[in-house]
Design a protein around this ligand. Structure first.
Ligand code: ADP
Ligand code: MG
Length: 352
């Protein structure tokens, strides 16, 4: 195991810079998830850590050693990809053992190591099966086993669950998380799925256009988003965003005339964006912010999400699970001041 440091990491293809000065310190044993939309630079970052992509400038350190000029095989990392290639003609034992092909360990040592990994993955009964005799989740575990068998300092995962169906994805998410709790290895995991990031990470790194937007625990990035991008990327359905301006008495007037009060006053005249999560925008709350008729209802059982056509456009709010308002019924929506996020209208940065 080891820590991992990225210092002023830059990647350019020809003259086009796609990663701009990435700085991050991953602690020994930490599970860090990179998340962001397609094309934001997640795979490029991971491939540079693995040594599959040349570094344009900056430094990568693994366990205190600068690895910029080391071959992938000398970096003590293991990578699991989206299209994990396990060999159909080889048994599970051989597939896992494939991870040790360049190891100098003796045959009995290798056998022992394969057994250990199979035990950790709960696959000891499956060692002599062929991949065709396994479920999708078991095959995925073989791919992870092949990475684990070398006991690398750092695991790198590039969207390893994207090809699995929804149920299997949820199951594998849990398995990888449990595995991390048991083995305690350093993991850098890449995904475009914010739920995957929220559920698995110790810390999330949110990227956009080759820049890190925010690094924080799942609770940090959800409750204290650094800017409007993070605020709307994390959480589903997305946070409602409403333009406003701070008035003389410290309240906020919305473009279409409503007013609301902030937990912390801001200077008069400031143009801001108000962010309220659907679950914090409550039908019937006395601190009225907006109102309008219900246009769509999405029952979730414990609560019902309602789409409300307001003067500021459609917003999503939470209503009672058992007695939600009817379609067409006018509702008034309010929020606790502590649950109102405030961003600068020009920069999109948080003002809290
Ligand atoms: P992500 O994994 O977040 O979807 P990538 O890291 O694959 O994104 O890509 C980041 C950016 O780098 C994208 O704009 C992509 O088009 C560009 N890119 C990736 N690989 C190459 C390449 N070999 N040549 C030129 N541009 C590339
Ligand atoms: Mg990618």
């Amino acid at each position: 195991m080891a820590d991992l440091i990225l210092r002023d990491l830059v990647k350019a293809y020809d003259k086009t810079e796609v990663l701009h000065s990435i700085n991050l310190a991953v602690e020994d044993g930490e599970f860090v998830v990179f998340v962001g939309p397609s094309g934001c630079g997640k795979s490029t970052t991971l491939r540079m850590i693995a040594g599959l992509e040349e570094v344009t400038s900056g430094v990568i350190e693994i366990g205190g050693t600068v690895v910029n000029n080391l071959e992938p095989k000398d970096r003590d990392i293991a990578m699991v990809f989206q299209n994990y290639a396990i060999y159909p003609h080889m048994s599970v034992r051989k597939n896992i053992g494939f991870g040790l092909r360049s190891s100098k360990a003796s045959k009995p040592e290798k056998e022992k190591r394969i057994e250990e990994v199979a035990t950790l993955l709960g696959m000891t009964d499956l060692l002599d099966r062929k991949p065709s005799q396994l479920s999708g989740g078991q095959r995925q575990r073989v791919a992870i086993g092949r990475a684990m068998v070398r006991d690398p300092a750092v695991f790198l995962f590039d969207e390893p669950l994207s090809n699995l169906d929804a149920q299997l994805r949820t199951q594998m998410r849990l398995e990888i998380k449990k595995l991390h709790q048991r083995v305690g290895s350093t993991i850098v995991f890449v995904t475009h799925d914010q739920v995957e990031a929220m559920t698995m990470a110790d810390r999330i790194v949110i990227m956009k256009d080759g820049h890190i937007q925010q690094v924080g625990t799942p609770a940090d990035v959800y409750h204290k988003p650094a800017n409007t991008f993070v605020a709307t990327f994390i959480g589903a359905p997305a946070m409602n965003m409403i333009a406003g301006k701070v008035t003389g008495d410290g309240a906020v007037s919305l473009a279409t005339g409503g007013t609301l009060h902030l937990a912390k006053p801001l200077p008069e005249g400031r143009e801001i964006i108000i962010g309220i999560r659907p679950e914090d925008f409550v039908a019937g709350d006395p601190r009225r912010v907006l109102e309008g008729p219900v246009t769509v209802r999405e029952p979730l059982g414990h609560e019902t999400l309602i789409y409300v056509g307001t003067s500021e456009g459609d917003v999503i709010a939470k209503a009672d699970g058992r007695n939600p308002p009817q379609i067409g019924e006018a509702v008034s929506l309010g929020a606790h001041p502590d649950n109102i996020h405030v961003f600068d209208a020009r920069t999109g940065e948080t003002l809290r």
